[in-house]
Design a protein around this ligand. Structure first.
Ligand code: GUN
Length: 292
């Protein structure tokens, strides 16, 4: 039976650490860090994510500002809002919640964010700096996974990590961080994706598997090695039968995999809360580096 990697507990520890720093800042008479978010449209998951981020800000003592825009907003109007946040010295960092309506080009929007305020770490400048092992805001989900591995003292050096998925916000940066120098890091990484043949031949060899596909219960017990570390990034809303409700499902078949794995993250309560805590951490970093 695997050790459960308790992302909820670790994220609470991290938020308490941040809160203690913020308390010291405020005791000195300085303003607390300030995170802003732009939410476009009415996507239910996006609304839930953004309100969680606002709640996290309250918990750690940050100021937060939420700008809600209708899904009829055009690209120019959104870029104007971004410029306002870029210019506002009272805001340390901000995020534009994704996905955006199809009429708006995501890349243009991300490129418009001042890299100094890009606490999601999505701007090409931050991504490039991360890939070059320079100081950068790390994207919150991969950063959260690295922190979870670190806090559980899971050895990554020389291990074989298989990353399933190559998205810009999880799979690709995850593969870069795991293969970067350092601890955690120094791994040998294989990235598998929709064009990979025979994915199981890779996952069965892996010491650590990071699954970021958005395919509920994709990873089964017969696809993993005994004692492997299993990190589940998936969080798909699956409708409950006959009701309007839904529940969240990960990409890992938790019940079967937990019998074979050495360590495993639950969904919910694994990677999700770690992601949220790392956004707070990046905002504190932005405040310390550039806060006026
Ligand atoms: N949509 C899904 N995950 C994220 C995230 O980490 N940041 C933003 N801005 N949008 C997202």
């Amino acid at each position: 039976m695997a050790v459960i990697l308790d992302g909820l507990k670790v994220s609470q520890d991290i938020k308490e650490e941040i809160k203690r720093e913020v308390d010291k800042i405020v005791e000195k008479g300085l303003r607390p860090p300030h995170l802003a978010a732009i939410l476009v449209g009415e996507n239910g998951a996006s609304k839930a994510y953004v309100s969680s981020k606002v709640k996290d800000c309250q918990e750690v003592g940050f100021t937060s500002t939420l700008t809600k825009l209708p899904d009829t907003v055009n690209e120019k109007e959104l870029l104007e809002q971004i410029e306002l946040l870029n210019q506002d010295d009272s805001i340390d960092g901000f995020i534009v919640q994704l996905p955006l309506p199809k009429s708006i080009d995501q890349e243009t929007v991300i490129n418009a964010i001042d890299p100094k305020k890009d606490v999601d770490g999505f701007h090409p400048e931050n991504f490039g700096r991360m890939a070059l092992e320079m100081d950068a805001y790390l994207p919150a989900t991969p950063y959260g996974i690295m922190t979870l591995l670190e806090r559980y003292n899971i050895e990554t050096k020389g291990k074989h990590c298989v990353v399933i998925g190559r998205s810009r916000i999880v799979g690709r940066p995850m593969s870069i961080l795991l293969s970067s120098k350092g601890n955690p890091g120094d791994s040998t990484v294989t990235v598998v994706h929709s064009h990979t043949q025979n994915i199981e031949q890779f996952t069965r060899q892996a010491d650590i598997i990071i699954v970021a596909l958005g395919a509920p219960k994709y990873l089964k017990a017969d696809m993993i090695k005994s004692g492997a570390v299993i990190i589940d990034v998936g969080i798909t809303r699956v409708e409950d039968d006959g009701t309007k409700g839904y529940h969240l499902e990960g990409d890992v078949d938790f019940e079967s995999c937990k019998e074979v794995a050495g360590w495993i993250t639950p969904v919910p309560g694994g990677v999700g809360p770690m992601t949220r805590a790392m956004l707070m951490k990046n905002t504190l970093l932005a405040y310390k580096k550039h806060g006026k």
